[in-house]
Ligand binder design. Structure first.
Ligand code: ATP
Length: 231
């Protein structure tokens, strides 16, 4: 008999929103190692707000967010060593090249052999030719690739991504799906908000449909069906 692993990320009757006003129904979710979860729902339904609460960037209105069984605190070293968030509002260091950016991130998080890891990431995210470029010299899609690569330059057991497919070309989108599946394959938990049915299909993710009346946990096919109806 297989024993279910403990959740690495969990919400209990979680209410998220702004100025005391919730943006969606309460969320009950348990994310275990090796699981992929797609957070889906129409524009403005609350997906990014939920992700921000999962990452401890936004305090819950009520209810709980737990990472590894403890209240989420983004300032805690252990949390930062295990949980990586890739949101849309991340900033770049304007004076650093793409490669320097990634090396700084990897070294800052104590990654062994940072230079080698970074060179692999530059290849993986199709940025080898841009390794010496400043962020301002990158296209918007290349900047997006750099943002993603920076997330993967860190140690991680949980990955939270907000619409990671944004601005990527079809080839990189397909690569991204493979990368996320590999992450789950080595035991990481992956949670990503998305509007992209192909990303959900390729990753085999289950889904959380965010709504005003309820937030529904769905299996893979039901998540795909729900995504097709989202508008
Ligand atoms: N900083 C903020 N202050 C107040 N309200 C906000 C703030 N950010 C977002 N909202 C509101 O919260 C609601 C949910 O926004 P959120 O960005 O979480 O939606 P989303 O599901 O991620 O949308 P999309 O699919 O467009 O990315 C929206 O009505 C939005 O206007």
């Amino acid at each position: 008999m297989s024993v279910k692993k403990q959740p690495v990320l969990e919400t209990r009757a979680l209410r998220v929103g702004y100025a005391e006003a919730p943006v969606c129904a309460p969320v009950d979710l348990a994310v275990r190692p090796g699981e992929l979860w797609a957070i889906i729902g129409p524009n403005g339904s609350g997906k990014s707000t939920l992700l921000r609460a999962l990452l401890g960037v936004l305090a819950p209105l009520s209810g709980k967010v737990l990472a590894f069984g403890r209240d989420v605190d983004e300032r805690e070293r252990d949390f930062r060593a295990k949980v990586v968030g890739i949101l849309d509002d991340d900033a770049y260091f304007p004076g650093l090249t793409a490669r320097e950016h990634l090396v700084l991130t990897a070294r800052g998080h104590g990654v062994a052999g940072a230079g080698e890891v970074v060179d692999q990431l530059l290849d993986r995210f199709g940025l080898a030719a841009q390794s010496g470029a400043m962020p301002t010299e990158l296209s918007s899609g290349q900047r997006r690739r750099l943002l993603l690569a920076a997330g993967f330059a860190r140690p991680r057991e949980v990955l939270v991504l907000d619409e990671p497919e944004q601005r990527l070309d079809p080839g990189m989108r397909a690569d991204l799906a493979r990368i996320l599946v590999e992450e789950a394959g080595r035991g990481a938990a992956v949670v990503f908000a998305t509007h992209d049915p192909e990303l959900v299909e390729r990753t085999g993710a289950r889904g959380l449909l965010v709504g005003d009346d309820e937030c529904l946990r769905l299996g893979h096919q039901a998540a795909l069906d729900a995504l097709a109806r989202v508008r």
